[in-house]
Design a protein around this ligand. Structure first.
Ligand code: CIR
Length: 258
């Protein structure tokens, strides 16, 4: 078991007006841009409360989904992996993120075509990374990341997804061998050895929560998940995420944390 990661920095990016026309598979309706901005501002405030310094990038109208910065990189304390996002409309988002990360990292790796990989498919659990194969991350992208991780002394485990959009749509790691799991991860052999906070199908959206130093940030409205987190000793911050859920995004997607 590794030490808990103490996060010092986060990168976030303001959603542009084009956000409302971004990619989605949900049928929850079109986001309300004013609410999008309010919810994003609350997210940034919550991160500040967790004690991190925030690098806040301006909106880019040419990339409707670019507020979901998590998909563009996989970060550890020692190195950065610039991904090759699986949807072509998002692919060039990596340029800005790479240049921003140059201010923080010297050691870079890259996922290269024909490999594709979205950061939302990557979950770090101590010195091991789980890598989902999804509609966005292909086998070649997952294989490349596994090789990179191996070269840096980390382990990679590939997990083909059955239903979830991204790996982290249905799972979070809270340290000390405790995961939050929903849907196809409840009985998944790759996660059998971990203690679990299990999330019911109707509360599935709350499985995408993030531990940032002393707090778990969780979507608002999922009392059972929040109660169970509080029961095991976590302080929680609940955030209204309705306008991000409409575009298939969750809490983890909105920041790069390192
Ligand atoms: C997309 O389809 O790419 C965005 N609408 C949602 C991305 C969510 N990102 C994530 O789960 N890491």
């Amino acid at each position: 078991m590794g030490d808990l990661i103490l996060y010092k920095h986060v990168i976030v990016k303001t959603p542009g007006k084009s956000y409302v026309n971004g990619l989605t598979t949900s049928d929850l309706g079109t986001p309300d841009y004013e609410k999008v901005l309010q919810q994003h501002a609350s997210y940034v405030e919550a991160l500040k409360k967790c004690g991190v310094s925030v690098t806040h990038l301006p909106a880019s109208e040419e990339f409707p989904d670019s507020t979901f910065v998590e998909d563009t990189a996989v970060l550890t304390q020692e190195f950065a992996v610039i991904t090759n996002p699986g949807d072509v409309s998002r692919n060039s988002e990596i340029k800005e993120i790479e240049s921003v990360l140059k201010g923080f990292y010297a050691n870079f790796h890259y996922i290269n075509a024909p490999g594709t990989l979205d950061g939302g498919d990557v979950l770090q659990v101590d010195d091991q990374f789980f890598i989902g194969i999804s509609n966005r991350t292909n086998e070649e992208g997952a294989r490349q990341l596994k090789e990179i991780l191996k070269s840096e002394g980390y382990k990679g485990t590939i997990v083909p997804l059955k239903e979830f959009f991204h790996l982290k749509t249905g799972i979070a790691y809270l340290g000390n061998d405790l995961i939050v799991a929903a849907g196809e991860f409840l009985d998944h052999p790759n996660f059998a050895q971990y203690k679990k906070i299990t999330v019911s199908a109707e509360d599935e959206y709350s499985a995408n929560c993030i531990l940032v130093n002393d707090y778990v940030i969780i979507p608002k409205g999922y009392e059972e998940t929040t109660r169970r987190l509080n029961e095991v000793g976590f302080k929680t911050i609940e955030l209204d995420m309705s306008e991000f859920q409409k575009q298939d995004g969750g809490l983890s997607c909105l920041s790069l944390r390192f």
